[in-house]
Design a protein around this ligand. Sequence first.
Ligand code: FAD
Ligand code: UQ1
Length: 409
Amino acid sequence: LSHYNFVVAGGGSGGCAVASNLAKHGSVAVVDPADSHYYQPMWTLVGAGIKTTEQSRRRQKQCIPNGTTWLQTSIEGFDPEENSVSLHGAYKDKKITYDYLIVALGLEIRFDKVNGLTETLGKNGVCSNYGAGNADYTWEVLSAVKGGDLLFTFPNGPIKCAGAPQKIMYLADAHLRKAGVRRNCSLTYHTALPAIFGVPKYASVLSSLARKKGCGVETKSNLVEVDGEKKEAVFENLETGEYSTHTFDMLHVGPPCAPLPVYATSPLADSAGWVDVNKHTLQHNKYENVFAIGDCNSCPTGKTAAKVAAESGVLYENIQKLMKGEKLSGSYNGYTSCPLTVGDNKLVLAEFGYDGAILETFPFNQANPMWLTYFLKKEVMPPLYWHGLIKGTWRGPGVFRKLAHLGTV
Ligand code: FAD
Ligand code: UQ1
């Protein structure tokens, strides 16, 4: 039975960020079976033919922080009463124990929750930017469109990067204009939500942008079934309960997402299945030596890499306090960000926290589509991710926000 001071479950965005920092404080095991590590935010640009999947990928070997031990296998269970996790049966250690556990397992994409979708995804014009490699087919379909109906969907329930399902619509619109075929196409965004975006400030800008671009928006409209061969999608109106069938030439699916069973069925989960943490300290509500970061935790805010960056600083501060037996001082404000590509090399940079608090970094109104913020997304964020976020040194733009607003925001 091997023992580590810190076990980090998952070596994605959050796992690498936290493990990098903890390596200075004791033995760290990072458990993750994946060979590749992806910068997922790039997949929106991959779907629009602006970047490639290969540009979003690094070998996991290069990402796992120095000074930590990579256990390349999957976690199969948590026993927080015993301070142990169990590893995949074929692995040499069946179980490892820890002083502190950090859960950073991300979430699960559930294409199977839409009837018929799994069978037809990647064929028949049915695509999604979600999932490694999937965005290649989005671009394959989009670049071949000469006309017809393009549908973009947002699921009924949680999803990581809640902006991604509509970003690709604006990029598609821009591409079709450039290709000279936009007038032959109709574009419609079907969202299960009652509004185009969760934060009113950005929702009003996005609504008028969609209108200006001639993109339809159907709210409370939830994709429930796809027939790839017939090129038909069935939507349920969540208000009236009525079903309607729409034909499509391209269907981009924002998939339902869910907690992974490995933590959802463990003692770490809350009633919805997420790892049950205090939304400010990121410490588990029951097991004080357990923390969680990223998509897997119960913090009621948008699940993004930007959230991971902000959380990583708070988590690191608090775990050091806990080790010293001091009161946890780090407090996460729910910071998350959604860089919404709106076409024409411009971007709406939504940044907000708990209860819709606006937490914009720059001293100008980021709801205005701007070239500067698009440049940040396309050119600055990827190196910031690879050289800052997963190294544990980029802890979000909070410091810059405070400077730019002289401490008022
Ligand atoms: P992940 O980075 O997904 O890592 C989870 C890790 O856990 C993986 O490495 C996996 O292999 C591992 N794992 C899974 N199961 C097990 C197991 N049983 N045992 C061990 N390891 C396991 N965010 C932004 O900030 N801005 C954006 O513009 C943006 N756009 C996005 C666009 C798309 C299309 C997508 C899909 C995401 C986007 N995101 C964006 C979201 C962002 O990528 C995620 O929120 C972020 O990567 C979450 O980090 P994480 O560490 O929680 O999970
Ligand atoms: C961010 O910090 C981050 O993590 C690297 C992202 O993930 C890709 C983002 O999309 C955004 C917008 C931020 C926030 C950073 C700044 C400079 C506003």
